[in-house]
Design a protein around this ligand. Structure first.
Ligand SMILES: [Cu+2]
Length: 139
């Protein structure tokens, strides 16, 4: 019952506030580490690209991100993850035979359902505590 109320009520605005995220992405022949990035829509994302062997680039489809890192000289970019969905990222510098397979996936998920789920759980927990506290004690 209380959980239903939580799903209907508007949440405080900070429940959907964007986060600042800093992600370190290692590039080497022929992979990115990590190969998958998860962020929430609206997040301010900073990616720091480290190259551990030769020159690699980072190009993110749909996000107008294109940076190049030399070994020992990381490159950095900041963007707002304003588009929902899955976006490929790839190496933008031809770095060897397997270069076309040097790809990863950026997943931008909605942040509202998660906030609501947390709020619903929180209210259920409070409801349980209140119910237990009000229960008559039998000796
Ligand atoms: Cu590369």
């Amino acid at each position: 019952m209380l959980a239903l109320v939580a799903l209907v009520l508007p949440l405080p605005s900070d429940a959907t506030a964007a986060e600042e995220r800093e992600i370190t992405l290692d590039a080497r022949m022929f992979a990115f580490e990590p190969g998958r990035l998860n962020v929430n829509q609206g997040d301010r994302v900073t990616v720091i690209l480290h190259s551990t062997d030769v020159v690699h680039g980072l190009y993110i489809d749909g996000y107008d991100v294109d940076i190049v890192a030399e070994p020992g000289r990381p490159a950095q970019v900041t963007f707002t993850a304003d588009k929902l969905g899955k976006f490929r990222y790839r190496c933008s510098v031809s770095c060897g035979a397997m270069h076309p397979f040097m790809i990863g996936e950026l997943i931008v998920g909605p942040n509202i359902p998660f906030g609501r789920a947390v709020a619903a759980l929180f209210i259920v927990a409070i409801g349980a505590v209140v119910t237990l506290a009000l229960r008559p004690i039998n000796h």
